[in-house]
Design a protein around this ligand. Structure first.
Ligand code: NAD
Length: 253
């Protein structure tokens, strides 16, 4: 098993069809003990309950608003109390909004940056001191193809900006914490079939997106879970500051 004996925190992993829960399932199957952190605390607990058990004890579901530093620190304390250490952090939580540049209000901008970008900062700030003490850790952060190609898929320009910010932040984290034995990498998925589009992705939109995907299909949550698993495991022991595309060839660069 790739993650036997490891403990993992995954943010934004309560949504039933989401990338986070698919990752939690995959990590649990690879032997990890998983803590699901989500703004929907009840759904996080329920999702953790579906993961079965590990030798180390039960998986955990904890309320956490990644946009709130105090909430991140409280959730991480609860995980440390239960697991004693955190080997893996997956900064996966995110929200989107399909609007055009001139329609973005200050409140929209704040909301999108708060969850997608500041959320990576705040949750990582809560977890890294624990990894640093043990001089070991693997962090993967969720960006998007939208950051690389300037949107044009679903999310608005404020989403592209936040996800591009994640790339810079994660690379700077990789540089700063490499000497502490902590690796930090990013994933940049194309369009993945989850509920983040909230029914607003029309068949016509899907068709035009598919026309630009050499592998001829939209992505699935498990496609991203596999890459998170690679980045969390020792298979990627010499990989840090990297960005891995999971986009079916939608952007080849
Ligand atoms: P999803 O909506 O199924 O999952 C997002 C999860 O984040 C939900 O469980 C939600 O409750 C949680 N969340 C929202 N705000 C939060 C907050 N403040 N604190 C903690 N949790 C919060 O969507 P998904 O498609 O699985 O998205 C997962 C990540 O992947 C997001 O960061 C998204 O931007 C990114 N992404 C998705 C796609 C795609 O096409 N689906 C493509 C590229 C990147």
């Amino acid at each position: 098993m790739l993650l036997g004996g490891k403990t993992a925190v995954i943010s934004g992993a309560a949504s039933p069809r989401g990338i986070g829960l698919a990752t939690a399932r995959r990590f649990a199957a690879e032997g990890a003990r998983v803590a699901i952190l989500d703004i929907d605390g009840a759904a996080a607990e329920a999702a953790a309950g579906t993961l079965g058990t590990t030798d180390g004890g039960p998986h955990l579901g904890v309320f956490c608003d990644v946009a709130d530093p105090a909430s991140c620190s409280k959730a991480v304390s609860a995980v440390i109390e239960a697991f004693e250490r955190i080997d893996i952090l997956i900064n996966n939580a995110g929200i989107t909004q399909p609007v055009k540049f001139l329609e973005i209000t200050p409140a929209d901008w704040e909301r999108i940056q708060d969850v997608n970008l500041k959320g990576v900062l705040f949750l990582s700030q809560a977890v890294i001191p624990h990894m640093r003490k043990r001089r070991s850790g693997a962090i993967a952060c969720m960006s998007s193809v939208s950051a690389q190609r300037g949107g044009g898929i679903f999310g608005g320009p404020h989403y592209s900006a936040a996800k591009a910010g994640v790339l810079g932040l994660a690379k700077a984290m990789a540089r700063e914490f490499g000497p502490d034995g902590i690796r930090v990498n990013c994933v940049t998925p194309g369009l993945i079939g989850t509920d983040i589009t909230a029914g607003k992705l029309t068949d016509a939109m899907k068709e035009s997106i598919l026309a630009g995907i050499p592998l001829g299909r939209l992505g699935e949550a498990d496609d991203v879970a596999g890459i998170y698993t690679f980045l969390a495991s020792d298979l990627s022991a010499y990989v840090t500051g990297a960005v891995i595309d999971v986009n079916g060839g939608m952007l080849i660069h």
